[in-house]
Ligand binder design. Structure first.
Ligand code: KG4
Ligand code: ZN
Length: 333
């Protein structure tokens, strides 16, 4: 089934064509430079930019896949979880296209998209598996029983992992987004230079928390305390605490649920130290870890199209009354 995916939940305008698990095209117009000077995504600016870009990215996705709209057999759009204004733009465009070409449309939860990015990257990954989605807007651990069958095991109680990277980078004057620059700088630093707290240690629930860790870095290095301290050591120690928290909570859940396969996805899943520690710890604990390919880690429409193909195939089709649900729950079929 040839599915057109549309994703506009945050600051990337994306359209993609996916057919039978193959990504034929995946066009992403990023607004990251626009938001950089504000140190984070400004929802109103993001929505306006989606309006400008949506027509162009859909055309590009069709061109790049050498397909025409009349060949599209279904439309999938992120309708749940994200910024309301940006979501509205994608849903309106998707409904117009589905109506004009009389094809089924389905609304996708943004996290379900990230879960499918893992499956697109690793088609051999078996069920059940655990999927850790770590990005700028979310940190969620899901038990994936099968396609479109989920149980949310844990999520962040405050900031998302990527948000913590972004806020610490902003605090240290390293720019936005913070993850890539901290990842690079941390390679030259001493990971054990500072002993930052590991959040929610000793708790059985695989939930996550980053705001206490962030505050502890800020309190320690605000004002004069920072002078003379090597920046690389600060970010390496901070990153180590984040990675340790993410890996230990995920493996705790894998052990509780007796799941051998772990998928790691979302923008933060690009992080080199996260990949290194997951690989080492999974080998030690006899788990198998699957990383999403970097081109599908960030927000993109191919993951939405893949989820849409599964949902439409299972009969989950929306009507023209499909609406956005910015805080919608991840639902099973
Ligand atoms: O998935 P994504 O593109 O958008 C959201 O859904 O939020 O993720 C963006 C987030 C940003 O917070 C960014 O700082 C983080 O992913 N990120 C990284 C790395 N690359 C991007 N975090 C840590 N290490 C990286 N290499
Ligand atoms: Zn995302």
């Amino acid at each position: 089934m040839l599915v057109l995916g549309i994703e506009t939940s945050c600051d990337e305008t994306s359209a993609a064509l996916v057919s039978g698990g193959d990504v034929l095209s995946n066009i992403i117009a990023s607004q990251v430079d626009l938001h950089a000077k504000y140190g984070g995504v400004v929802p109103e600016i993001a929505a306006r930019k989606h309006v400008e870009a949506i027509g162009y990215v859909v055309e590009e996705a069709l061109d790049a896949s050498s397909k025409s709209l009349s060949e599209v057999e279904g439309v999938a759009v992120t309708s749940k979880y994200g910024l309301v204004g940006p979501l509205v733009i994608g849903v309106a465009a998707a409904k117009a296209l589905a109506y004009a070409f009389q094809v089924p449309i389905t609304g996708i939860h943004h996290i379900e998209g990230h879960i499918f990015a893992g499956m697109l990257s690793n088609p051999q990954m078996p069920f059940p598996h655990l999927c850790l989605t770590v990005s700028g807007g979310h940190t969620m651990l899901v038990y994936v029983k099968g396609p479109c069958r989920y149980e949310v095991l844990g999520q962040t109680l405050d900031d998302a992992a990527g948000e913590a990277f972004d806020k610490i980078a902003k605090f240290l004057g390293l720019g936005f987004p913070g993850g890539p620059v901290i990842d690079r700088l941390a390679r030259q630093g001493d990971r054990a230079a500072f002993d930052f707290p590991r959040p929610l240690k000793g708790r059985k629930n695989p939930d996550f928390s980053f705001s206490g860790l962030k505050t502890s870095v800020v309190n320690r290095f605000k004002g004069r305390e920072r002078s003379g301290m090597p920046l690389a050591d600060i970010v390496a120690s901070f990153q180590e605490a984040v990675v340790d928290h993410l890996v230990s909570k995920t493996l705790q859940a894998a052990s509780q649920r007796q799941v051998a396969h772990i998928s790691v996805t979302g923008g933060v899943a690009i992080n080199s130290r996260l990949r290194e520690v997951f690989t080492e710890e999974c080998a030690r604990g006899r788990y198998r870890v699957y990383f999403t390919m970097p081109s599908l880690c960030g927000d993109n429409a191919a993951m939405i199209a893949a989820a849409g193909a599964a949902r439409i195939g299972l009969g989950d089709v929306a009507g023209m009354d499909l609406n956005v649900d910015p805080s919608g729950q991840l639902e099973s079929l």
